[in-house]
Design a protein around this ligand. Structure first.
Ligand code: PLP
Length: 467
């Protein structure tokens, strides 16, 4: 399969956005600014700018980072808008009513994209990312369960949340921070995400909800949301217990609507109470933006919404953070208007076809074999065929790092800890030329690793966590 060119514009030169002569020769004091404690004296802006910029050069090159789902490329116009609105605080709703209106319009666009039967009844907000959105989704589930149980005079001290062992760490945090027992449905050999088969064995009267992931952080696969809802329908018929579903669509909620229109996963399913997505993943905004939407006011209890008036006017707030950059909402609004459905579909399609083409090539490169093939999220996991001598995926990751690529290697949770994979995420900006260079580097690195090296120690490389 040929690797398509994403056809994106070249990077904007950040120097044109910043009015600073940082390339001019600098005074000798540049290196003398102490950095381990607050400097006693001030320095000139140019000196410090140059110092900080030089230090940042040691960070990786974001475009070569194949580990993250988070946006590393935006159009120059969107970057300009973000720079122009950098001082705007989303919490100052009375001061910036227009950003508030943009946020609400984005919520309405998402509500329609996710087939809310009554978009006007949807409640939603922007967040700092999917993690914050997940906390809010989990809290709403917990409050609804508590209210229901209290009305029945029942105990509310032992809530639990059911999810696959493949959930992202934000759900472990939610359970930890908000005193909810996490119930992880384990993986099995060959089944690396939540499926309906054993799910209901983990549910009971104290289950506040089930989290299903579109798609899994570990391998990019979609969980079968509709089948999971069906299993919960059966559970309700048998036990009378009605368990709502939250869809963690961090990446997939902005991929599936464009590429998998026939897939049932969103508010079309009555059991889906809430959905989160990361604007900073396939919403194509730089890091710092998520979305949380609830089907209606019943799904987001009123007691989670606070009215504040101390910044002038009165406005409802139901995020964990108060002050937040407004620039990210502006950028999301720009992207939605700029690309529209057609443009977002094109971007997602390009990423998926690049991912599939790369997966096909890697499948044909012994000793690698695919765990997933990039046909759901534009991401896939691959591993070494059993019996590969002498080196591990951690060696491959390390060796690719030396070439500048950040290709994470990690191990699946128990009982699948014998599965170690490399995961590759394709985002906008990963061009056909970069894909070609990647395959060539992977082939070279693999050939080098095949030569036995007694100095190479498996223990030297610690597995990275999936993010
Ligand atoms: C499925 C899933 N949920 C939640 C998150 C956390 O998202 P964020 O980084 O936007 O907080 C991620 C991050 O990759 C994810 O893949």
């Amino acid at each position: 399969m040929p690797i398509p060119d994403t056809g994106v514009l070249p990077e904007a030169d950040p120097d044109t956005l910043i009015d600073s002569p940082h390339l001019l020769p600098q005074p000798a004091d540049t290196l003398l600014v102490p950095v381990e404690e607050l400097p006693a004296a001030q320095s000139s802006p140019d000196t410090v700018y140059r110092r900080v910029r030089d230090e940042l050069m040691l960070d990786g090159n974001a475009r070569l980072n194949l580990a993250t789902f988070v946006t590393t490329w935006m159009e120059p116009q969107a970057r300009h808008l973000m720079a122009e609105t950098a001082e705007k605080n989303l919490a100052d709703r009375a001061e910036y009513p227009q950003i508030t209106a943009m946020e609400e319009r984005c919520v309405q666009m998402l509500a329609r994209l996710w087939h809310a039967p009554h978009p006007e009844r949807v409640r939603g907000c922007s967040t700092t990312g999917s993690s914050e959105a997940a906390m809010l989704g989990g809290l709403a589930l917990k409050r609804r369960w508590q209210a229901r149980r209290r009305a029945q005079g029942k105990d509310v001290s032992r809530p639990n949340l059911v999810m696959g062992a493949n959930v992202q760490v934000c759900w472990k945090k939610f359970a930890n921070y908000f005193d909810v027992e996490p119930r992880y449905v384990p993986m099995e050999p060959g089944r690396y995400h939540l499926t309906p088969d054993t799910l209901t064995a983990y549910c009971d009267d104290n289950t506040i909800g089930v989290v299903t992931v579109l798609g899994s952080t570990f391998d990019g696969s979609y969980e079968p949301v509709a089948d999971i809802c069906l299993a919960l329908d059966g559970y309700q018929a048998a036990t009378g217990t009605d368990i709502p579903v939250h869809v963690d669509g961090a990446s997939g909620a902005l991929v599936a609507p464009f590429l998998d229109p026939g897939l049932l996963w969103d508010f079309q399913l009555e059991r889906v109470a809430s959905v989160n997505a990361s604007g900073h993943k396939y919403g194509h905004v730089f890091p710092g933006l998520g979305w949380a939407l609830w089907r209606d006011t019943e799904a987001l209890p009123d007691d989670l919404v606070h009215e504040v008036d101390y910044l002038g006017g009165s406005s409802p707030t139901f995020t964990l953070a108060f002050s937040r950059p407004g620039a990210h909402v502006v950028a999301q609004y720009y992207n939605f208007l700029r690309y529209g459905f057609e443009g977002l579909r094109n971007l997602a399609r390009q990423s998926r076809s690049t991912a599939r083409a790369l997966a096909t090539q890697i499948a044909g490169m012994p000793p690698y074999e695919l765990v997933t093939d990039g046909s759901e999220l534009p991401a896939f996991a691959f591993r070494l065929a059993p019996g590969t001598p002498d080196f591990t995926v951690f060696d491959v990751s390390q060796a690719m790092r030396a070439r500048g690529w950040h290709l994470p290697a990690y191990t699946f949770p128990a009982p699948c800890q014998d599965v170690s994979v490399l995961r590759l995420v394709v985002r906008t900006g990963f061009t056909a030329e970069l894909a070609r260079l990647f395959v060539s580097d992977l082939a070279q690195v693999t050939a080098q690793l095949r030569v036995p090296d007694p100095r190479r120690s498996i223990a030297a490389f610690r597995p990275a966590a999936a993010t």
